[in-house]
Structure formats: structure tokens, C-alpha cells
Design a protein around this ligand. Structure first.
Ligand code: SF4
Length: 210
């Protein structure tokens, strides 16, 4: 597309004053340059996220310094820290409250896959079991530089999107993710059928043994 654009003639007197680009490029440039992350931290990784936003690393260089205190004004959720089962319903609820377009970055080993607490009784093995993740940043904790690298990768992902195909302009409704229920353990409503089947099998085994 860039090559095609380069062939569009511009009168010599307008060279330097006129540029030709695509709507997609303009649309994506404006979105990637003004991402509003949500103020939201779960554990140690959040300290590195805060550091990335402070003066030494300065996320303002990427137009990302305006951390918002509400999901309704945010388009990026940085899941920074250990994802406990107790927090998952809140995280999913906040994600649902974010308007489209919205993105999720899993920061660190805990948010990406459970980290040092994987298989622990109180944590989940990655936030991607519940909400879609766009970028994973490895590390325990990732450095501010690593987070910034992940944010640049997110910008590159945004660059690849097209106004014609992005889901938020389709006529299809984007369904909210069912909020998990925290009881004695965490229950994902999307697994309701599986849970019912396994419970029935277990009850049948107990009855047969009785
Ligand atoms: S990945 Fe490491 S630094 Fe980050 S929240 Fe987990 S234990 Fe803490």
C-alpha cells in the first residue's frame, strides 16, 4: 500500500506541504499514540509499572502517561502482578466495563502463567484463562524497559488493524465475558456444562459404591 501511495502525483508546488496516507494509518496512529492505561496493580510487578510511568522512563514519550482511574476511560489493562482467585471476578468486571477498542497486556510471569505461584491453591495460571491477552511480557519482575518493549509491541499490533475489519465497527454485538463466581473455589460460568457433567459422573460413582 505504501508503494501505491508513493505513486500518487503531488504537484511540485505542494511537495513539503501535502502528504498522502491511508485512513487506516491515520486512525491507528492516533490510537497507538494516545493509549490510556488503567490505574491497576496487583503485586510486585506494579512497582515496575509505576516506575515505567515515572520521570526516568517517562511513558509520556509514547502518549501513555495518562493512567485513568476508571475502566470507562481506559483502553489498556496492564495486568501487573499475581492474579489471585479472589481478584479474578473484579478483573473480569473491570475488563467488561472498558469500552472498545481495548487491549490487555499481561505483565510478568504471574499474570502470564501463574509464575512462582503456579498451581498454588489461591492463584490462577494466567489471566488469559479469563480475558483475551494481546501482549505478554516475561520476567519476574519485568524491568520498566521490558514493559516499554511490550507496549511498543502493542503499538505494532495496533498498526496492523484495519478500520474495515475491527470488531467494534461490526454490527455484531460484542458479548461481555461472564464474571467468574468466587465460592469455596473459583467457578468460570463458561465451564458450567463441563462442571455439571463431571459432577454427575462423580455422583454416579458415589452411588455405585454405596
Ligand atoms: S511475576 Fe514476580 S515480580 Fe511479578 S508479581 Fe509475580 S512474583 Fe511479583
Amino acid at each position: 500500500m505504501t508503494d501505491e501511495l508513493n505513486t500518487i502525483p503531488i504537484p511540485p508546488e505542494l511537495e513539503g506541504a501535502v502528504t498522502v496516507t491511508t485512513l487506516d494509518k491515520l486512525y491507528n496512529w492516533s490510537r497507538r499514540s494516545s493509549i490510556f492505561p488503567m490505574i491497576f496493580g496487583l503485586a510486585c510487578c506494579a512497582i515496575e509499572m509505576i516506575s515505567a510511568a515515572a520521570s526516568r522512563f517517562d511513558l509520556a514519550r509514547f502518549g501513555m502517561e495518562v493512567f485513568r482511574a476508571t475502566p470507562r476511560q481506559s483502553d489498556l489493562m496492564i495486568v501487573s502482578g499475581t492474579v489471585t482467585k479472589k481478584m479474578v471476578p473484579q478483573i473480569v468486571r473491570l475488563y467488561n466495563q472498558m469500552p472498545e477498542p481495548k487491549y490487555v497486556l499481561a505483565m510478568g510471569a504471574c499474570a502470564s502463567g501463574g509464575g512462582p505461584f503456579k498451581e498454588g491453591y489461591n492463584v490462577v495460571s494466567g489471566i488469559d484463562k479469563f480475558i483475551p491477552v494481546d501482549v505478554y511480557v516475561p520476567g519476574c519482575p519485568p524491568t520498566p524497559q521490558a514493559l516499554i518493549y511490550g507496549l511498543i509491541k502493542l503499538q505494532e499490533k495496533i498498526d496492523q488493524q484495519s478500520i474495515k475489519t475491527v470488531p467494534w465497527y461490526n454490527s455484531d454485538t460484542i458479548e461481555a465475558i461472564p464474571v467468574p463466581i468466587l465460592g469455596p473455589d473459583l467457578i468460570d460460568p463458561r465451564q458450567g456444562g463441563l462442571i455439571a457433567r463431571e459432577t454427575a459422573v462423580e455422583e454416579a460413582v458415589v452411588e455405585a459404591e454405596a
